[in-house]
Design a protein around this ligand. Sequence first.
Ligand SMILES: [Zn+2]
Length: 272
Amino acid sequence: MQQHSPLPSLLHQPAQLSAEQKQQSRRHCGFGCIFCGCPVYQYFQLDGQADALLICPLHQRQLQKNLLSPSTLQQRAERPINLDRQHLPGFKYDPHRRIQLSVGMNTLYADLPDAGGEHPLIWVNGEMFFCLHADRHWLSFSFTLSDAAGQTLLQAEQGELLHYPPDWEFSYDVMTLKIRDGQKRLLFTAQLCNDRVMITKGLFLDEHKDGFAVEGNRVIAMLDGQKGGEYMQRLEPGRYQGGWALFNKVRHPELVMPGSFAFICATKRKSL
Ligand SMILES: [Zn+2]
């Protein structure tokens, strides 16, 4: 975990939280930042409170600059915004409705099992680049963003930001997560809430530059950093369950596609 500047004295980053403590804290906070509902965050401990609090980078910065009063912090610690359903849909989904998954213009649907579990959305050569997790009908997200050279820049695991460049900026407004770099260039845009995941911007490349570039409507499959094809078709609603997978058989002949999902746009062969 990283801490970029000092926080108010009553808040600190816990040295170590167990998986159970993190799960308990996610449930306590409604699976998002206690102030804005943002689905990416880090864990903080407030003096005198058992569960850790989920706070996004934007609100960490506002706390560091004393733009949020201790009473606002106390209030949101007790009543995180995602549990205050008048303001935000939050991440609690209706198990009787399918969750819409769009990457560019392509739309699929996910049925998440009642007991929990995960739904891979973007998969490249055996690595998961975007995944939905369910816990008691609440959603959280894991994803990895890369640069054009295939170097990992950001990693979020069940919402927890494990690492990201310190000058990046995050906002979560009208259910849309936007991530910008230090020069304010937009790197990632996704609508994320309880009934939809719509990714319209992002780079998901592995270390060999295989993967997907999402640019507005377009989903571009990349092999060795070269454009391998575009996927712009709109699929029939409700027909498909699954995600986007890219499978470079030349480099990874041993890999087997995950079998339980109807992946489309699946197998690309590297032309030699
Ligand atoms: Zn926030």
